[in-house]
Design a protein around this ligand. Sequence first.
Ligand code: GDP
Ligand code: MN
Length: 424
Amino acid sequence: MKIHEYQGRQLLASFGIPVPAGTVVESIEQAAATYKQVAAESGSDLVVVKAQVHAGGRGKAGFVKLVRSAKEAEDAARFMLTHRMVSVQTGPEGLEVTKLLFAAGVDIADRAPGGTALQSGVSSPSKEEFYLAVTTDRTTRRNVLIASREGGVDIETVAHDRPDAIIKEPLHPLMGLQPHQARRVAFELGFKGSQINQAAKIMASLAKLFEAKDCTLAEINPLIITPGTAKNPDGQVLAIDAKFSFDDNATFRHKDIQAMFDPTEENPAELRAQRFGLSYIALDGNIGCLVNGAGLAMATMDIVKLHGGSPANFLDVGGSATEEAVTEAFSIILSDHNVKGVMVNIFGGIMRCDVIAAGIINAATKHKNPDGSTGFKVPLVVRLEGTNVEAGRKLLADAKSSLPTLQPATDLTDAAMKVCKAVG
Ligand code: GDP
Ligand code: MN
């Protein structure tokens, strides 16, 4: 599960990480008044308007704007609320924007050119923007703190182009991030004077937050330094973006995180599947797959690919799906208009083949097509094996009239070849 940046900022703040104040706006009409309120509270006319969607790359896409007047704030809000946000992270169709964050804007200190060893090769002076995250490293089977001086940009790009610019510090499985580790990372990142303690404290808090809330990712990009002042010559280290994902298997024990769930950001078909206990992930091919078991679903997708086809989805109906769940599964698969054929691949262990067969027949009779007619129009290839397979095959054979597009398959290869041929 993911949350919005404004919610992520609240989480950071609740763990003592300094974040500029902000308010959420949902209409163009609220923009001017909210701008004035945020500016008055921060004592600066600089405000940042940011689209709240579950994807990054907003800055480059024009969905993070620094504004200095109520008029500019309103223009930014109008643009963002009336355009879909298309970034490298969204795909070409982009995302609808319904919420904006109006936050106190901050000045970011200039970074001296040439600075540290990590920075050599960077000729023009840039801003003091850093990357900081905690996630799980599957290779070392530890949680890991990831940090970089090359913040503000896509970390994947940095990892690809300049892997030496990324610092990885493993967290101790029981003791978490140790103070000496945080200080060393702060030092390596080039923080100076009082910045070192500020940054180390933020790292420690982020690591605590990650574990306390069962995150899979807790990311601040960028973490910044404000320009020094006479009173505070080293400036302030602040988080100005927040990205979180949580382990879905653990959200049950975090009511506060559950409350942040925003269904409008989810794929509607995936949400529907969740309600019926189905694991469904939409893909961009044209062969719908209905399978029991995640491993078999993966193998099915592989074999479809092997025979030149392209799966439209991953769908695992699980080991104990009911007839109702199978009916729903078909309805979800066929609601994707790219689906030109369906392959059912069931290995009945706990699942009985006759239950699946009954589900297929039931779904076929109930399924409504866009033109108002009922029944399956697309080719349907079914491979059943295992418990009660004879009963299942008999049910399907007897229901031939309500399943005109049905092609029984003898095994996995036969099924994949048949569905790929049918789809063309
Ligand atoms: P993302 O592109 O979706 O990751 O959105 P971010 O919140 O990270 O913003 C993108 C970039 O906008 C940052 O890397 C900063 O360079 C800039 N930015 C965002 N907020 C502020 C701000 O308050 N002040 C200044 N000066 N720049 C900001
Ligand atoms: Mn960012």
